[in-house]
Every structure is written in structure tokens, then in C-alpha cells.
Design a protein around this ligand. Structure first.
Ligand code: SF4
Length: 121
């Protein structure tokens, strides 16, 4: 099978074409360095993504706080993680960088606040 990617590791943005069979890369063209090969390998066989979302805040000046995963998680776990945090509520005050949930669904990633939310009143 053949696929094309644009490597996002550095500003060169190499256009990479890859031929693969099963979980093996047979040929790869267009990458200027080995990081491009590793990027393509990850995208083909174990894609990961960072997740951003919103979580409800109790007693905050805002009703929601924005959050993100501390590192990318497997793409096929995104919806599981979204479900897991959907009903979570945290107490104000919240500070940027606070860990809201540790090791969400054993992915190794924490859910961290990306906004300050002061306590109401
Ligand atoms: S293949 Fe290497 S040089 Fe090209 S964009 Fe990726 S990291 Fe940059």
C-alpha cells in the first residue's frame, strides 16, 4: 500500500511518500532525515494526538475550564478519554498547569488545566 504524508517535525515540511506492507515500511521517499521515517512509522502504525477539551468548574467565576492532555495519546483512545472527562467537575480555584486527572485511562497522560479560573465571591 502507498500513502503520502507531510512531516510536521520541523519547518521543512517534507512531503513523504511511503510504501508499506502490514506493519513494515518497504520504501520511503522524500524525507530529508530519519525523524521523517519515525514520524511516518508512528502515523501509520500507532498514531497519537493531543486532546483539548473543557471541564465543568464548581464555584468558579467561569463555568468551564479548558484542559489538555500532558502528552499525545493513542488516536483510538480519544473518544474514550472524552467520555471519561465528560462528567468531571472540579472545584475553583484552578490554575494553569494544575493536574485535574492523573494518568487518564492508564494512557500515561494527565489532564491539565490551560486556564486560570478564580473562585466566585
Ligand atoms: S523529514 Fe526531517 S527534515 Fe523533513 S520535515 Fe521531517 S524532520 Fe524535517
Amino acid at each position: 500500500m502507498k500513502k503520502k504524508f507531510v512531516c510536521i517535525i520541523c519547518p521543512n515540511g517534507c512531503e513523504i511518500e511511503v510504501e508499506y506492507e502490514g506493519d513494515k515500511i518497504v520504501e520511503i521517499y522524500g524525507n530529508l532525515c530519519d525523524q521523517g521515517m519515525e514520524y511516518v512509522r508512528g502515523e501509520l502504525f500507532s498514531p497519537e494526538r493531543g486532546l483539548t477539551s473543557l471541564i465543568s468548574v464548581r464555584n468558579g467565576v467561569l463555568p468551564l475550564v479548558s484542559v489538555k492532555t500532558s502528552k499525545p495519546i493513542p488516536k483510538d483512545r480519544i473518544f474514550d478519554v472524552m467520555d471519561a472527562i465528560a462528567d468531571i467537575e472540579v472545584d475553583a480555584p484552578i490554575k494553569i498547569g494544575d493536574v485535574v486527572l492523573k494518568n487518564i485511562l492508564k494512557t500515561g497522560a494527565d489532564i491539565m488545566a490551560t486556564k486560570n479560573v478564580d473562585r466566585r465571591g
